[in-house]
Design a protein around this ligand. Structure first.
Ligand code: RNT
Ligand code: ZN
Length: 418
């Protein structure tokens, strides 16, 4: 039997199996088709960017590995993203950092950035049918130090306030241009390596800086704030902790970003969804994979991601949760890393959409806890993968492991020549 016929046949069987537990697979696929993933541009080049300033790294952000073929300029990065898009189903977004501007070979310091530096990105994204998201960049700059927006030194603080304000203006232009809000993420590394006795003070300064930054109201961009547990060389204290941003977000109605690598390893990020959505307008996700720490490994289909997707679907919150990715692995083929991570995230959502939720909820309401647990356990083995294969085939992209050879081919033709 031909592969396509096999996929079709397996799908038909899966459809019946799911119907028996009250799940409509067509509906699930329609839902999945609409999940736009904000693809992070920085996996393609190890978070280096195209700024002509001397990169100084730091801030607890670090790509490890030296696999050949990283994107060295805008054209290479765009080409890599275009390749990735041919290997994943759906319409996705691209998430840019400020340091990826089209600066035309000029040195443009961070307090000088303008929307015009992103015009070519907007044009290119439009041609590709993609929407853009954005991030201010506080790391890797001579003024980054340990404290940026929370710095008691007014001149340094003002530099970063100006940078962040300008990034909001860039995001507003992007949003206007694409006729869809640009989600701007604000993550700063601010913190301290060792015991800190002025914790309150730095957080108070950060609050004031944020208030100043958010004074201008925009219609075509949305702000989100990303916390972190700790950074390398900043292990003892993080100014922008989860409590800090959750409090700020709830009070000022800002979106809070959940990076799945930014919590204690035994903490459930999935459980935060239903709590936060009652108090903050929306949620931004940075789907990542921490190994022992915030290591930003390539996302795979593991329990953490599956649980996270389930909580979003169970809360009927797909419209209020923006799904972005955040990992950077420089030790393997970078295009392949993207494809694995995007597809794994989609698989997690598909599994969530295929959950026999009506039956499970009925059991729960009736206090039939054995039945609930049994069905949850059995649902793990339902043929979701047959639906996934069919979804890929219908979208005209590589089914199953077939993308491996396509990634290899691109490596042979393109990335290995860099
Ligand atoms: C760092 C944060 C942040 C960055 C990107 C590059 O720990 O996760 O989101 O990874 O902004
Ligand atoms: Zn992140």
């Amino acid at each position: 039997m031909k592969k396509n016929e096999l996929i079709q046949k397996s799908f038909e069987i899966a459809k019946e199996r799911y119907a028996a537990v009250g799940v409509d697979v067509e509906k699930a696929m329609t839902q999945l088709q609409k999940v736009a993933i904000s693809i992070h541009c920085w996996q393609a080049d190890d978070v280096v960017g195209f700024e002509k300033l001397e990169s100084v790294g730091g801030g607890g952000i670090q790509a490890t590995g030296n696999y050949p073929g990283r994107a060295r300029n805008i054209d290479e990065l765009r080409s890599d993203i275009e390749k990735v898009l041919t290997l994943v189903a759906g319409n996705h977004r691209l998430n840019l950092h400020e340091i990826y501007g089209d600066f035309g070979g000029k040195v443009v310091d961070r307090d000088q950035v303008e929307p015009e530096h992103f015009k070519s990105w907007m044009q290119w994204a439009k041609e590709k049918g993609m929407k853009l998201d954005f991030n201010s960049t506080s790391f890797g700059h001579p003024k980054s130090g340990n404290l940026t927006l929370a710095n008691p030194d007014k001149s340094i603080r003002d530099f970063w306030i100006e940078h962040t304000k300008r990034c909001r203006a860039v995001s507003e232009e992007m949003g206007k241009f694409q006729n869809d809000p640009c989600i701007m993420n604000l993550w700063i590394h601010d913190g301290s390596k060792d015991l800190t006795v002025n914790r309150y003070k730095y957080r108070q300064i950060l609050e004031q800086s944020l208030d100043e930054i958010f004074k201008t109201e925009y219609k075509n961009m949305k702000d989100c704030l990303e916390s972190k547990l700790f950074g390398i060389a900043l292990e003892s204290y993080t100014v922008g902790s989860h409590d800090f941003y959750l409090g700020y977000g709830a009070k000022k109605q800002k979106i809070v970003t959940l990076d799945t690598g930014h919590f204690h390893l035994t903490e459930s990020v999935a459980d935060k969804i239903s709590a936060m959505l009652l108090f903050t307008p929306e949620i931004m996700l940075h789907v990542s994979r921490p190994i022992r720490w915030d290591s930003d490994h390539v996302v795979i289909l593991n329990d953490d991601i599956a649980d996270l997707a389930k909580e979003i679907v169970r809360a009927e919150a797909l419209e209020r949760v923006h799904v972005g990715l955040d990992f950077f692995d420089a030790s393997i083929n970078r295009i392949g890393a993207y494809v694995i991570g995007i597809r794994a995230t989609q698989k997690a959502f598909l599994q969530a959409m295929l959950e026999p939720i009506a039956k499970l909820r009925e059991y729960e309401s009736n206090e039939q806890y054995f039945e609930r647990l049994a069905l949850l356990e059995e649902a793990k083995g339902l043929p979701w993968n047959a639906v996934w294969d069919y979804f890929c085939m219908k979208n005209d992209i590589a089914v199953g492991e077939d993308y491996i050879t396509e990634v290899q081919q691109y490596e042979k033709d393109v990335t290995s020549k860099r």
